[in-house]
Write a protein that binds this ligand. Sequence first.
Ligand SMILES: [Zn+2]
Length: 442
Amino acid sequence: MSTTATTPEILILGAAIEGGKAADVRVVDGTIAEIGPDAAASATSDAHRIEADGLVLLPGLVDLHTHLREPGREDAETIESGSQAAAVGGFTAVLAMANTTPVADTAEIVERVHDIGRRVGLVDVQPVGAVSKGLAGEELAELGLMHRSRARVKVFSDDGRCVADSRLMRRALEYVRAFGGVVSQHAQDPGLAGTSACCHEGEVSGRLGLPGWPSVAEESIIARDVHLAQHTSSRVHVAHVTTAGGVDVVRWAKARGISVTAEVTPHHLMLTTDLLAEYDPVYKVNPPLRPDEDVTALREALADGTIDAVATDHAPHAAQDKDHAFADAAFGVLGLETALPVVSTTMVASGAMTWADVSAAMSARPARIAGLDSHGQGIAGGAPANLTLIDPTRKVIVDRSTSKSLSRNNPWHGRELVGAVTTTMLRGRLTAVDGAIVEALA
Ligand SMILES: [Zn+2]
C-alpha cells in the first residue's frame, strides 16, 4: 500500500458541515477546493461523488494516545493493522506511544515507526518519544535528537508508567520548552499504589478483594505537574484523566493561566468500576475504571472544555496476555474503531455536546496539542482534505470479530452504540468506507 502522487477529484454532496448547515464540498489534489452551492457545478464529470444527505462532515480525527505495539509485539498489533483500525474509526492522524520493544527512546526507533506509518499511508503515524531511557524513569532519553529527527517528535511520554521522579519531570519540561514540545504524563504516583494495583481503590475493590489505586495517586501527580509546568514555563499534558479530583486540579490550573491540557478516554466516559463484579479482565485498564460520580465529572469537564480532547488509549493485547485471572491480565482495551460512536452516544445523543464540540475535542485541539500542522484545520477552503463522514443516527451493535485490530480485547462487544463513521479521507484519498479499507490507486 502506498499513497499516490495525485488523488481524484471528490465531491461530497449535502453533508452537514460540523453538524451545522448542509453544503457541497469539492476536493481537488488533496485539498478542500470549494465549499458551497457552486462546488457541484465546478466539478468535472468524472469526479467521485459521495451522497452525504443526513451525514455530518468533520475534519479527520486525531488521536493523541495510540499503542501500535510495533516494534516488539506484532502479534498484538502492527503499524499497518493499527492504521487500518484508525482509518475505519475516522482518524487521519494518531500518536504512537513509546512503550514498544525496544522502547522508542532514540531517533532511530522513532524514525522507523514514522517511516513504516508513511509507507502504510492510511493515517499519519506520529511517534511519541519516551521521556526516560528505557522508560526506567531515571535518565532523560535523547529528546533533542528525537525532535530533530525525520519523525519531528514533539510529544514525549513514558505512558504506561508515570514519570514519578520530580527532578526528572522538571528537567524534561525544561528541555521540551526549547522547541515547543510537551510532556504527556501518565499521572499515577506509584508510591501510593505499589505494583499490584489492578483497579480503582474503593467499595468495589474492597468487596472483590483486589488491590486498588486510590484517586489521590492521580490527583497528587497532576497537582505536582501543573506546578512544575508553571515553574518551568513549559507545557504539560495530562494523559487519560479519570477522577473528579484530577479534573478539579486541571480546572484550577487553567484558571491561573498554567499551560496544561488534558485528555479523557472513551472508556472512562462510559464504563464504571461496577463492571468488575464478575472479574472480567476485558475491563482491566490503567488508569482504572472509576465510580459513577467520576464519569459524570469527566463528561461535564469535556463538555465545558476543561478536558481538551478525547484520546483512545487504544491498547491491543494478544489473547495470551489478556485472557487470565483478573489480577494477572494485561491492562488495556481497544479504542480506535469505537471512539467516535462512544462519544456520539455519551456526549452528542445526550445533548451534552454538539458536533462542532466533537470536532474541537477530537480534531482541532488534539492536533494543536501535538503540533500537527496539517491536521485539525477544520473544514475550510485551502485546508488539507483530511475528512470524516459520520452517520449520526446509525445504530451499531459492536462485534469484536469485525475489528481491523489484530486483538480482540474489546469492552464494547455486544453493546449498541449510536453514530457511525462511514468514510475517512486522508489528503483527499479515501482510506476507509463503511468499515472497509480502500486500497490506494496504483
Ligand atoms: Zn497511560
